[in-house]
Design a protein around this ligand. Structure first.
Ligand SMILES: [Zn+2]
Length: 115
């Protein structure tokens, strides 16, 4: 459960704003970005984030309000798929964590009302 998965990533700053590079560390408890240089590092509880893979890009959203948190680029699509697998593997299964699941259902109902 506590194994840490490491991915080399490029942090995208948005259109024409450049990038920085570093390592994304993912485990059951949190998601951490350690840039080689610069001050864009972050550390967030795993459960606070939602991952959506698009090609070799990883989009991170806040689980609480679905707002975009970060856009990260993996080295290639294989790495992106690996991150996706790791991420899904770390999520508690519905059978062993009912509390977490109800939280998510409540959230999706809420967002349907809002949008
Ligand atoms: Zn950056």
């Amino acid at each position: 459960m506590s194994e840490i998965h490491r991915f080399s990533i490029e942090h995208n700053h948005g259109f024409l704003r450049g990038t920085c590079n570093g390592i994304l560390l993912v485990n059951f408890y949190d998601v951490e970005y350690k840039p080689v240089s610069g001050d864009h590092g972050f550390r967030m509880p795993f459960k606070a984030l939602i991952l959506k893979i698009d090609g070799q890009t990883a989009n991170l959203f806040f689980a609480s309000d679905n707002k975009r948190f970060q856009t990260l680029k993996l080295q290639n699509t294989q790495e992106a798929q690996k991150l996706n697998q790791v991420w899904n593997g770390l999520k508690p299964s519905p059978d062993n964590n009912q509390g977490w699941r109800s939280e998510r259902i409540a959230y999706s109902l809420h967002s349907q009302q809002e949008f």
